[in-house]
Design a protein around this ligand. Structure first.
Ligand SMILES: Cc1cc2nc3c(=O)[nH]c(=O)nc-3n(C[C@H](O)[C@H](O)[C@H](O)COP(=O)(O)OP(=O)(O)OC[C@H]3O[C@@H](n4cnc5c(N)ncnc54)[C@H](O)[C@@H]3O)c2cc1C
Length: 400
C-alpha cells in the first residue's frame, strides 16, 4: 500500500482546489435566494445545469473525457482526488451525471466520429438530458435475460417491449438502451449474444414513459414501453450483437463514481451527531449509541483505505480485485447503517418528514432512512456481489 500521490496528481488536486475556491463561492452567491415563484424541482434542475456549465467552462465537467473533448483524460487516482475534493467542499451535483460519467465515455469508446459529434456536445453543455435503459421486469441481476425486441426492417429497427427502473427517463431527450436483436439466442442457450446497444431519441412515436413512485414518494424512476417504435440503424452504438461488451464497459464506468463517498459519509455522520446535540442531547450520552457512532467512523475509514488499496493496485498495473465488489458491499452496508443511526440519534425529531413545520434539516434524515435501501440493489445487488466474491475470489463451488 502506498498512500502518497505522485507530483502530477498533487498538481491536479491543487489546480482543482484553486478553481473551486474561486468558482464555488461565486456560484453559491448566484443561487442563494429562495425564489418561491419557481417550482423546487425545476429550480434544482436549473441550478445543476448552471453548475455543470461552469464546471465545463473550467474543463472540470468531464475529467475522464480526452482533452480534445474538453476533458483531462484523468487517471483512476485523479478520479479519486476529484471525488474527494468535490465531497470536501460539498459541491452541487451536475445535470447530466449519467451522460458524463457513463454514456459519454461509452460513445467515445464505441461511437463513430459522426455519432460523437452528434451526441457528445449536448451531454457536455447540459443542453440535453440522458437516461440508461437496461433493466426489464424479468432482467435485473440476470441482465442477459432481456427480451425487448428490436427487429431490423430496411434501414431501421422496430422496437417492442418494456424496460423498467429507468432513472429520469421522463426528463431525457436521449437514452442508451440495450435491446434484443436476435431472439434465437435463447434457443441457442447463448443469451449474452444477440443483444445490441442503441441511442434512442426519447421523443420517438411509440415510446411511453410511466413514472414509478418510490419508497420516499419521489417519481424519478420509470417504466418505458415501446410499441412499434422505429429506431434508425445509424443510431446503433457498436455493431449488431455487440451489446453485451458495450454494457459491460458502461457498468465499469458506473463504479468509478463512488470514491468520494467516505468523505460525504463522514460529513453526514458529523452532521447527524451535531444535530442530535441540539434536538435530542440525551442520545449523545447514551453508551450504546456512542458505540455505534464510533464503529461507524471506523467503518468509513476502512472504506477509504479499501478504495486506496484498489487504486494502488491499479497504479501498479495489477487488477483491483476483489476490492471492487468489496467496496460496493461496504458502501451499501455503511449507507444503511448511517441512515438507521441518524433516526436513532435524533429520536422523535428524526422521523419528521419533509413538508411538516418541525421537520429537521428539511426532512432529510427521515427521507434518507427510506432512500438508502436502494444501495443494496442499485449498481449490483448485495447477493450478486457476494456471489461474485464467493465464485471468483474465494473460488467456492456453486451449491448443487
Ligand atoms: C434507485 C435505482 C435506480 C435505478 N436506475 C436504473 C436505470 O437508470 N436504468 C436501469 O436499467 N436500471 C436501473 N435500476 C435497476 C437496477 O439495475 C436493478 O434494480 C438491479 O439490477 C436489480 O435487478 P431487479 O430489481 O430486477 O432485482 P432482482 O434481480 O430480481 O433481484 C431481487 C433480489 O434477488 C436477489 N437475487 C437475484 N439473483 C440472485 C442470485 N443469482 N443469487 C442470489 N440472490 C439473487 C437480489 O440480490 C435481490 O435481493 C435502478 C435501481 C434502483 C434501485
Amino acid at each position: 500500500m502506498d498512500f502518497s500521490f505522485a507530483p502530477e496528481d498533487i498538481a491536479f488536486r491543487d489546480e482543482l482546489r484553486a478553481w473551486l475556491d474561486t468558482e464555488l463561492p461565486r456560484f453559491l452567491a448566484d443561487w442563494t435566494d429562495d425564489d418561491t415563484t419557481v417550482d423546487a424541482f425545476e429550480r434544482t434542475q436549473a441550478r445543476r445545469k448552471d453548475w455543470q456549465r461552469r464546471l465545463d467552462h473550467g474543463r472540470w465537467a468531464a475529467i475522464n473525457w480526452p482533452t480534445e473533448w474538453h476533458g483531462r483524460g484523468a487517471t483512476p487516482v485523479q478520479n479519486t482526488i476529484y471525488s474527494e475534493e468535490m465531497a470536501r467542499v460539498k459541491a452541487p451535483g451536475v445535470y447530466n451525471a449519467n451522460g458524463i460519467w457513463q454514456i459519454g465515455p461509452m460513445i467515445l469508446q464505441w461511437g463513430t466520429p459522426e455519432q460523437q459529434q452528434r451526441w457528445l456536445p449536448g451531454i457536455l453543455s447540459a443542453d440535453e438530458h440522458w437516461c440508461q435503459g437496461f433493466s426489464e421486469p424479468e432482467a435485473g441481476s440476470d441482465l442477459a435475460n432481456m427480451r425487448t425486441l428490436a427487429i431490423i426492417d430496411g434501414d431501421s429497427y422496430v422496437v417492442n417491449g418494456q424496460k423498467t427502473w429507468v432513472s429520469s427517463a421522463h426528463l431525457a431527450q436521449w437514452g442508451l438502451f440495450l435491446l434484443r436483436t436476435d431472439p434465437t439466442a435463447f434457443e441457442r442457450r447463448a443469451k449474452h449474444e444477440g443483444i445490441t446497444a442503441f441511442i434512442v431519441d426519447m421523443r420517438t412515436p411509440g415510446i411511453e414513459c410511466r413514472t414509478i413512485r418510490d419508497i420516499t414518494g419521489d417519481t424519478m424512476l420509470n417504466e418505458v414501453f415501446f410499441t412499434d417504435a422505429v429506431v434508425p440503424v445509424g443510431d446503433r452504438l457498436g455493431g449488431a450483437g455487440q451489446g453485451w461488451p458495450v454494457a459491460m464497459s458502461t457498468l465499469g464506468h458506473e463504479r468509478v463514481g463512488t470514491a468520494g463517498l467516505s468523505i460525504t459519509m463522514a460529513a453526514d455522520l458529523r452532521a447527524m451527531v451535531a444535530t442530535a446535540r441540539s434536538v435530542n442531547p440525551d442520545a449523545v450520552r447514551d453508551p450504546a449509541l456512542r458505540d455505534r457512532v464510533g464503529r461507524a467512523f471506523a467503518e468509513i475509514e476502512l472504506t477509504r483505505l479499501l478504495n486506496y488499496r484498489a487504486l494502488t493496485k491499479i497504479s501498479k498495473g495489477q487488477p483491483n480485485w476483489p476490492e471492487v465488489p468489496l467496496a460496493k458491499l461496504q458502501w451499501s452496508s455503511i449507507a444503511q447503517t448511517l441512515a438507521e443511526l441518524a433516526v436513532d440519534l435524533l429520536g422523535p425529531a428524526g422521523v419528521l418528514a419533509k413538508g411538516g413545520p418541525d421537520a429537521i434539516d428539511g426532512g432529510h434524515w427521515a427521507r434518507n432512512y427510506s432512500w438508502q435501501r436502494y444501495t443494496s440493489i442499485g449498481a449490483g445487488a448485495t447477493e450478486i456481489q457476494k456471489n461474485i466474491i464467493a465464485k471468483k475470489a474465494l473460488r467456492m463451488a456453486p451449491r448443487q
